[in-house]
Design a protein around this ligand. Structure first.
Ligand code: UDP
Length: 242
């Protein structure tokens, strides 16, 4: 990235730079992968580009369905221009199928289809290990108002309907995903961050039996190998469909 742009923030998977327009930012997707609150780290050449391209396509689909997002346009293969937002420190996880932490913390069996989507909210705080949080605690901490939280939950449910059906069309089961929202300069709540195999669980539906084939970050979390191949396959299916 050009020295001219100021690095405003560097996260685990992305760098955020200033833009000439103070209401915009430039987001660069990195090849780094982390899991288990960054206890596990690796680099996958080409991951940043794939996540940037996949996210851009998905944001475009959501924008067409009137979901307000921070996405404006792709700048190049691993960089996008987005509206500047003040990120709300909450991770909104929606689950359609039980997996991951839900199965570690409850007696629900992995792979169980949930009768209705489950929304789990986590406090975005690495020092506290992103704990599961309640509506009451969110209100107590004054993070956002109950009305704003309702809006975010409603938007997450709508996004799920759109994404579940989109991914089904390309033979992928949307198991769960994590969203982040933020406020723009006019205090509108927008969907931020990224939507990619780094923060969605996607299982291949092109399987004859019931074996789970993860085409997402579980390939890294669970040492399955073939992460770039899996992300490339998702990118290919999205582009073939659109
Ligand atoms: N997730 C994420 N960032 C996190 C934690 C979870 O993007 O810090 C995503 C994860 O990829 C999955 C969903 O949220 O799609 C649910 O993750 P879960 O709570 O099961 O946690 P995990 O098993 O990943 O620890």
């Amino acid at each position: 990235m050009n020295n001219y742009y100021e690095l405003i923030y560097e996260g685990k998977a992305k760098k955020v730079f200033s833009h000439d327009d103070a209401d915009k930012v430039i987001i660069e997707f990195k090849d780094d992968a982390t899991a288990f609150n960054a206890l596990k780290k690796a680099k996958f050449e080409g991951k940043g580009k794939l996540n940037c391209l996949i996210s851009a396509r998905i944001f475009e689909i959501l924008v067409k369905k009137n979901i307000p997002t921070h996405f404006l346009k792709l700048k190049n293969e691993n960089t996008m221009i987005a509206k500047k937002i003040k990120v709300i420190p909450l991770e909104i996880v929606l689950r359609n199928t039980a997996y991951g932490s839900l199965c570690k913390q409850t007696t629900i069996k992995a792979g169980t289809l949930l009768a209705k989507p489950l929304i789990d909210i986590y406090l975005k705080n690495d020092d506290l290990n992103d704990p599961l949080i309640t509506k009451e605690r969110i209100e107590l901490m004054n993070i956002i108002s109950p009305k704003e939280l309702d809006l975010i939950i409603d938007s997450t449910l709508k996004i799920n309907v759109i994404l579940k059906s989109f991914f089904k069309n390309i033979q992928l089961q949307l198991v769960d995903f994590k969203l982040e929202f933020g406020f723009d300069s006019k205090n509108n709540i927008l969907l931020g961050d990224e939507i990619s195999p780094d923060n969605c669980r996607l299982w291949d539906l092109n399987q004859k039996n019931d074996t789970i084939v993860s085409l997402d970050k579980d390939r890294f979390r669970n040492d399955l190998g073939g992460l770039i191949e899996a992300y490339s396959e998702i990118n290919r299916r999205i582009n073939d469909f659109i």
